[in-house]
Write a protein that binds this ligand. Structure first.
Ligand code: COA
Length: 322
């Protein structure tokens, strides 16, 4: 910590405090850039698949064709859930917050994981692969159970993103849907020391184990000031209803001292580099779904909030629409 800051004005949050060192990703807040292992996110988004980004983050390099195939097939094989965990998801009250069901299911996975209690590097890698794959299955199964569809098992002919959508939608995704989702996964794969990552790292630092850490991270991520913001954004867009109602709505919120969800960022004071991609998808997807209203309302909110507060949308604003 910078000593002059300690003696001078109070420090905001963790500003200037080195809480962890990481070579995984670097957020260049001043220039609005994000790097994974030294690669600018613009070199990766839409150019590598999610499995390649995972290999880059975990192993430090992009995979060869053979390593990519191997990782993909391991992840797809790991998408199976223990029957007891599936039953737990099925028995969750229909009104339960999906993020709470996910957190509870991950906690339950720890009961059945063959490496539970083992914290060696090899065991952690196996647990990491299983968790990554199983989270996708939990989310997709919960969605199918709630919408009355059939819960599907992963299909070996599809890649990771394709499988998540296949299980989630209950049908094979179109190539456009698959590639948008793949890019979204790449864009969300890592982000320096976000609040949820911090919570997870504090937890593993006690050797509590990976499932506990992911539960801590998820609990944190679900807060509306963090990842929970995008759910609030979609509620706001639906509530506003049309672009002509944006001004009164936003001015009313600001007058009441309320925060506009999906705006502002703890460290980026320029545009979040990920939000450019999300904005592009948010222009295209609603058109295909006949929901141009969402885009019209979002664009009006974006310009008005910038006018009133000088702040930009963050990753959660357009991801809500997407
Ligand atoms: N709506 C309205 N005003 C906002 C705002 C928002 N979303 N985000 C920041 N501000 C304002 C604050 O009121 C404050 O104004 P003031 O100086 O007049 O008091 C100023 O901008 C600085 O805000 P501060 O809370 O100190 O910024 P921060 O960097 O600590 O907070 C967030 C970052 C993310 C917590 C904050 O921007 C926020 O609550 N955003 C909404 C939730 C959200 O979208 N979260 C997802 C983040 S990826």
């Amino acid at each position: 910590m910078d000593g002059s800051k300690r003696r001078g004005q109070p420090i905001r949050g963790l500003e200037g405090v080195v809480a962890a060192e990481t070579s995984l990703s670097f957020v260049d807040a001043d220039n609005g850039r994000l790097y994974y292992r030294g690669y600018d996110i613009d070199e990766l988004a839409g150019r590598v698949c999610f499995e390649e980004a995972v290999h880059l983050l975990w192993m430090g390099s992009l995979p060869s064709r053979g390593c990519l195939e191997e990782l993909r097939s391991e992840l797809i094989a790991d998408m199976r859930l223990p029957q007891q965990v599936y039953e737990m998801i099925r028995l969750a009250p229909p009104s339960a917050d999906p993020m709470v069901v996910l957190r509870t299911a991950i906690s339950a996975l720890d009961l059945f994981d063959p490496d539970t209690g083992r914290n060696t590097e090899a065991a952690n890698l196996r647990k990491g692969k299983r968790l990554l794959a199983q989270v996708a299955t939990i989310v997709a199964s919960l969605h199918q159970l709630r919408s009355g569809g059939a819960v599907r098992s992963a299909d070996r002919s599809l890649d990771f993103a394709g499988n998540v959508l296949y299980m989630f939608l209950g049908r094979e995704p179109e190539e456009f849907e698959r590639s948008v989702f793949d890019t979204l996964l790449v864009l969300h794969a890592d982000h320096g020391l976000a609040a949820s990552t911090f919570a997870a790292r504090v937890t593993v630092s006690t050797l509590a184990g990976m499932h506990s850490a992911i539960c801590a991270g998820l609990a944190n991520l679900n807060g509306p000031l963090h990842g929970g913001a995008n759910r609030k954004v979609i509620e706001m867009l639906e509530e506003i209803g049309g672009p002509e109602r944006v001004e009164a709505y936003i001015d009313g919120m600001l007058a009441r001292g309320q925060r506009i969800m999906g705006f502002g960022h703890r460290i980026y004071k320029t545009q979040d580099p990920r939000s450019r991609y999300l904005r592009r998808f948010a222009e295209e997807l609603p058109r295909r779904e006949g929901r141009e209203d969402l885009l019209a309302v979002s664009s009006r909110i974006e310009s008005l909030v910038y006018e009133r507060k000088g702040i930009y949308p963050n990753v959660d604003f357009y991801s809500a629409t997407v």
